[in-house]
Design a protein around this ligand. Sequence first.
Ligand code: GDP
Ligand code: IMO
Ligand code: MG
Length: 434
Amino acid sequence: MKADLLLGLQWGDEGKGKIVDVLAPEYDLVARFQGGPNAGHTLEFDGHKHVLRSIPSGIFAGGGSAVNIIGNGVVLDPVLFRGEAEALEADGIDLHSILRISRKAHMILPTHRLLDAANERRKGSSKIGTTGKGIGPAYTDKVSRRGIRVGDIDDPSFAERYKAVREAHLEQLEALGCPAAGSESFVAAEAEWFDAIDYLRDFERVDSEHLVNRALDEGRKVLCEGAQGTMLDVDFGSYPFVTSSNTVAAGACTGLGIAPGRIGRVYGIFKAYCTRVGSGPFPTELFDNVGATIRDIGHEYGAVTGRERRCGWLDLVALRYAVMINGVTDLIMMKSDVLDSFATIKAATEYRLPDGSVTRDFPFSVGDEAEGSGNVEPIYRSFPGWMTELKNMRHAEELPKAFTDYVKFIESELGVPVTVISVGPDREETIFVR
Ligand code: GDP
Ligand code: IMO
Ligand code: MG
């Protein structure tokens, strides 16, 4: 048996949570492989909405045998995890029986959050616009080989190790002009963190690489859930305006301990347009009313920070790149319904580079986030809109021709079939095309 992956092809918030929840009943195991509480994965069903941050979106699938894993590639904030888990248990989810946490997952410390804020403040106008959850500093400690992992909480030297890392962080904060040592809020944050560590002790902590590989050996089905999106990948995204993990398919190999040959289907998920939250270049961004209308209709506000998401037309140059890097086998198109009322719809097929040449390949640099002469210029193809409400459609045959023409064009540009079309936030508002 091979593990399937589901990951974002754009700048995050493509609708990963919704689709993992839809696909989860077919799987025995759902595992998050990277990111942390910077993610906000929204699920809607039975009139309820849930936003998951570090916990996999397979937890509502039920069935009793399903197991959800927080993999070693994730960075876990014990305090936010506790808040998320307690809310779910209050909703009747028996999380203790269905969730396992990798001992090798690194933890986000209170000082990581402070460092995230201090680093951003220091960058001023060139800030990344992070989610402020301490993601960058936690991954920095991981590669600096001084991070603290979930498995370390069972080590007698845990408190000592925490102290050593904390001291180094406090020195850094001091140097950044943001001293925290001794402050009332920091003392409270640390106490809350240690309480949350105790809460974590009640969850089963495992060597999840064995769990996942054994499940595959036994013929059980595994779905790996990505966070963020390909254009936020630390290697392939719009560096330095990226997150600090590998969001691409390879991230599932390192983030769960799955060999490349054991990867099966790669579900690449994208919206019918583009959004981005935070700073950084965004070639097809719309600064006009069209962008504002997409934001309004699509409710494009961050699930974690409430920030406005920047909106723009579909970018097939970026998407082609994402399909290549991830080895996407199936495309999943989200939020199609948001474009119902647009008479004309556009998609960028190529970029004109500052030297006047035209490319279909995503270049090293696309410029900066402002409209400017150093930026690439997207070359658009226009399509007549379908001007029909898609929300209540459930079968591919019901879809209007203008819509299916748009989808066919995307498939021909990307060379991969679109197998699922989402027409609303609810679980039910999903069309399986093939
Ligand atoms: P994720 O981070 O990739 O899981 O995506 P988010 O949850 O951050 O953002 C996707 C948003 O779009 C959520 O508010 C979803 O409820 C919503 N959504 C998902 N699919 C659709 C869809 O097909 N149509 C509409 N209108 N909303 C959708
Ligand atoms: P999901 O999983 C959208 C963005 C931040 C910022 C950059 C770095 O819900 O799709 P970080 O806090 O990771 O250091 O921020 O990445 N970002 C996201 N944007 N969706 C997300 O997650 C994101 N997680 C991080 O806005 O630009
Ligand atoms: Mg999100």
